[in-house]
Design a protein around this ligand. Structure first.
Ligand SMILES: Cc1cc2nc3c(=O)[nH]c(=O)nc-3n(C[C@H](O)[C@H](O)[C@H](O)COP(=O)(O)OP(=O)(O)OC[C@H]3O[C@@H](n4cnc5c(N)ncnc54)[C@H](O)[C@@H]3O)c2cc1C
Length: 356
């Protein structure tokens, strides 16, 4: 059912919407943190925790209000300004200032979700076991395999501060009892130090991914990959796992595929994501001197996965880059036509311009 976000102040964040929807037994296709803006996230696609079953957030949008380059406030949907409506759903912030988004929510009163933390030394067994496990899980299951090094700073809670872990996250949007059975083998993959997997309302997973609650200085790399063989996990662990010296806060592999691979007929500019995993590595850069080693570890992370390169994902690329790595030539051409029609003087310079 269509719901309109009504934040107390702009910009509307997922943290404004998810708890209210959850109280009504509904869930949104939000991302890993309550602090990300709904507009930026959704205009760039939106890969959340239910994506293998329900696809990209941008393709659940039913109407958008925006201020155009000419200063006009308009409302677009499948019938009104359909080309602009198409471009906004995945084409980013190049086309206007979005002031309202309407999107379908999922009827989902309860999910099974949480994280398992294992000793970092077990990274290889845990990630290899997880890689085998995901081959047999249904689309309702979304999971993430991670290596984490929590920085030794006071903002990090004591049980994690300065410590390293192999982490598995699982989110199941089917019957929680079935989810319990499905995740049982994950608990056997190593010595579980912390287990937060439980049935809960959708609002319960706001902190699941352990993103920082406020802005921190960081640098990142990301890549979409094809299916990863066991040797790719070996390369990844060797490059940035225990013993590598890496201090990257997080290196993660989110399983993608399933609904993300299927284009709905009425999809927007970003209809699908290629590949089977969305990989993201991030390092904390509290002082300028930390940048060089952090970029070095990120380089090693990316080099381990590059043989399986399947492309890039708009929202996870945090610097200027070649937009043809995201959009097929025909999609990019249509995006540029829409840009020319609605913003010929390039009033809106987005984080990832479609104009090249
Ligand atoms: C901690 C963290 C966790 C994240 N987790 C996820 C995740 O799980 N899944 C995922 O897909 N992404 C995730 N992201 C990436 C996030 O979706 C992008 O960084 C996105 O661009 C953030 O949008 P914003 O509005 O918060 O940021 P902003 O910097 O405000 O916006 C980014 C760009 O979006 C456009 N934009 C923003 N608001 C508007 C508007 N009202 N009208 C028109 N254009 C607009 C502009 O081009 C702007 O440059 C995460 C980011 C962070 C920092």
């Amino acid at each position: 059912m269509p719901q309109q976000a009504a934040p107390e102040s702009a910009p509307a964040l997922w943290g404004d919407v998810v708890p209210k929807a959850s109280e009504l037994g509904l869930a949104a296709l939000h991302g890993s943190t309550p602090n990300v803006g709904i507009a930026g996230y959704t205009l760039g696609g939106g890969v959340g925790f239910y994506h293998r079953k329900h696809g990209l957030a941008c393709n659940r949008v039913t109407a958008i209000e925006l201020v155009t380059a000419g200063g006009e406030q308009i409302r677009v949907d499948a019938e009104n300004e359909p080309d602009l409506f198409w471009a906004l759903r995945g084409g980013g912030g190049s086309f206007g200032v979005v002031t309202a988004l309407e999107f379908d929510l999922l009827p989902l009163p309860e999910i099974l979700a949480g994280a398992l933390l294992f000793p970092a030394e077990q990274a290889s067994e845990v990630l290899q076991g997880w890689r085998e496990w995901i081959a047999g899980v249904p689309e309702e299951m979304t999971s993430v395999g991670r290596l984490m090094n929590f920085p030794p700073v006071p903002e990090v809670p004591e049980p994690f501060r300065g410590k390293s872990f192999a982490v598995l996250e699982a989110i199941y949007c089917g019957d929680p009892a079935d989810g319990e059975e499905l995740v049982a083998p994950l608990r056997e993959l190593g010595n579980v130090g912390m287990d937060t997997i439980q049935a809960q309302p959708p609002a319960g997973i706001a902190e699941l991914h352990m993103d920082p609650p406020s802005p921190v200085p960081y640098t990142s790399e990301s890549i979409l990959t094809q299916e990863l063989p066991a040797s790719a996990i070996d390369s990844l662990v060797e490059a940035v796992g225990p013993g590598s010296g890496s201090q990257l806060v997080s290196v993660e592999l989110r399983q993608t595929g399933a609904a993300l691979s299927r284009a709905a007929q009425d999809a927007g500019a970003l209809a699908t994501l290629p590949g089977s995993f969305l990989a993201f590595g991030v390092g904390f850069v509290p002082v300028p001197e930390a940048m060089a080693p952090t970029r070095g570890w990120l380089g090693a992370f990316k080099a381990a996965l590059e043989p399986y390169d399947a492309g890039r994902y708009f929202n996870f690329v945090e610097e200027s880059f070649d937009i043809t790595q995201i959009f097929a030539p025909d999609v990019l051409e249509r995006l540029r036509e829409v840009k020319q029609r609605y913003d010929p003087h390039n009033v809106f310079k987005s984080n990832h311009p479609v104009t090249g």
